[in-house]
Design a protein around this ligand. Sequence first.
Ligand code: HEM
Length: 179
Amino acid sequence: MEMSSMPTTKATNGGGAEKEPRGTKKMKAKVILAQVQQEIDTTMGQERNIKEEDLTHLPHLQVMIKETFRLYPSTPFSLPHVATESCKIFRYHIPKARDPNEWVDPLEFRPERFLQDDEKAKVDIRGNDFEVIPFGAGRRICVGLSLGLRMVQLLTATLVHSFNWELEHGLNPKKLNMD
Ligand code: HEM
């Protein structure tokens, strides 16, 4: 996600999500954040911490994480595994990462593409659909898949539940030093 750095507690932020001009990427990120926060608040309230059992009731959280894995898979940074060109291996079609023939607006962060009734609603990230394989696929698939996915979901949900997130001093995400 294009947001990180300085958290404010939800109580002190004053609900700034609606104050940005419409149509900007920053605005979109805030809307997505607000949507996930609202989903968590509606589902389990603000009085207790998120538990693993809650995760299955949070579809917006799940598609936000799916979209993050699609657009920013972590593995190419550590292992030399990324499809730079679409190709066919035996009978398997492996689409190029962020292929415009596979994805509408491939470079846009659009979690809703994975929501029910949308184009890619059925795509799963557990190695069954080759469009998004953040954990790999086949016999060398990540053995920590279930643990890793649950941890990412639980941690993200907990951070989003407790804080609003934005870059310090309105920094442009493109200028963020990721080294
Ligand atoms: C979000 C978290 C994680 C991501 C995105 C991830 C991703 C991956 C990927 C892409 C591979 C390579 C698959 C391939 O070669 O095709 C891999 C392999 C592996 N991962 Fe993970 N992983 C995560 C968490 C974990 C955790 C929590 C553990 C252990 C508790 C783990 C243990 C392993 C092991 C042992 C392999 C090598 C499997 C093999 O070569 O047979 N991973 N992971």
